[in-house]
Design a protein around this ligand. Structure first.
Ligand SMILES: C[S@@+](CC[C@H](N)C(=O)[O-])C[C@H]1O[C@@H](n2cnc3c(N)ncnc32)[C@H](O)[C@@H]1O
Length: 323
């Protein structure tokens, strides 16, 4: 299923696009924002589109085929923004857009362990593509994290990156699971044993569900918590940790501001409070020195968009203008 771009018209309007401009989309995804940008900067404006996921870049190539060499697409981490702009001689930069997080096909179709609703290998790296067998910058998978991090570290990640209430209990249950021994060879009775590994999303989900069942004294297969599947927050935390999402965001923001031409605009769409706090605090720290805040409060989705797209619920758009 194609990704439905969030806050599309609000983002496009905020960038003040004109024909002939050079625009960078740091999070190409299914090219929803890129396509609308390319239309606005027609007939000769150019777009530099970046995505860490090789499959996203391949898909975007198809979606943007009609724009020919006005769309330059690069598989890379946006944390390398300055280098990517320099390598592609993409100057001056008139506007930059970032629409953070994951896209619908990554979540629903690729079998890469982002979803807790299907049983898949527990991977969660954006930068690794099955089709291209590209080894991404992130070599640690979510499975490596749950199988190797100490209990206190897991608990901290679930609390800080997922705001998970049962962070301690789930971390403890994971470590208990790891302590179980499995025989490597069922025909031998000696020490050919190893610790049990959590290799799939299904195994992790079951550990989380069992922790919730015990805590809530529930015998329901899925004891939903406040409208959320109990695995939602732990999965968010693991995705952020696996992909160093907050670190990448901290790295890209100053590079984006530096790369912009005077009067150029930067629009950032975030999906949870940790991301939004980083963006808000960074913009505040350079307000009236390097940039002007275009909107003091973040722009959120209209009721009409919320009805159509559940992902828009938590979206916040912040826009600044380079001085
Ligand atoms: C929400 S989607 C973008 C959707 C896109 N705006 C659209 O309308 O189709 C976010 C994209 O950012 C990519 N991404 C996440 N972190 C990245 C990073 N550090 N560098 C480059 N791309 C990244 C993901 O692979 C994903 O494709």
């Amino acid at each position: 299923m194609k990704h439905v771009p969030v806050l599309l018209s609000e983002t496009i309007d905020s960038l003040q696009l004109k024909p002939g401009m050079n625009i960078v989309d740091c999070t190409l995804g299914d090219a929803g924002h890129s396509e609308a940008i390319l239309e606005k900067i027609s007939p000769d404006g150019k777009l530099l589109g970046i995505d860490l996921d090789p499959e996203a870049v391949l898909r975007a190539k198809q979606f943007l085929y009609n724009f020919g060499d006005r769309a330059i697409l690069v598989r890379s981490n946006f944390a390398n923004l300055q280098e990517i702009i320099a390598k592609n001689n993409f100057n001056p930069v008139h506007a930059i857009v970032m629409d953070l997080g994951w896209s619908t096909p990554q979540f629903e179709e690729r079998g890469r362990g982002f979803s807790f609703l299907t049983d898949e290998p527990l991977d969660m790296r954006y930068g690794v593509g099955e089709m291209l067998k590209v080894q991404g910058e992130e070599s640690t998978t979510a499975a490596d994290i749950v199988n190797n991090y100490p209990e206190e570290e897991l608990s901290k990640i679930f609390k800080q990156l997922g705001e998970e209430n049962l962070s301690k209990e789930i971390a403890e249950a994971i470590v208990d699971y790891r302590k179980r021994r499995v025989s490597k060879d069922a025909t031998r009775h000696d020490s050919a044993e190893s610790s049990k590994k959590i290799e799939t999303t299904g195994e992790l989900v079951e550990i989380i569900l069992e922790t919730y069942r015990q805590k809530l004294k529930s015998d329901k297969e899925v004891p939903w918590v406040g409208g959320l599947h109990p695995a939602t927050k732990v999965f968010q935390a693991l995705r952020i940790e696996t992909n160093h999402e907050l670190e990448n965001l901290k790295k890209v923001l100053p590079q984006a501001v530096d790369a912009l031409a005077a009067g150029g605009r930067l629009a950032v769409i975030t999906f949870h409070s940790l991301e939004d706090r980083i963006v808000k605090q960074y913009f505040q720290s350079i307000a009236n020195k390097k940039i002007r805040l275009v909107n003091k409060k973040p722009i959120i989705s209209t009721d009409a968009e919320l009805k159509e797209n559940a992902r828009a619920r938590s979206a916040k758009l912040r826009v600044v203008e380079k001085l």
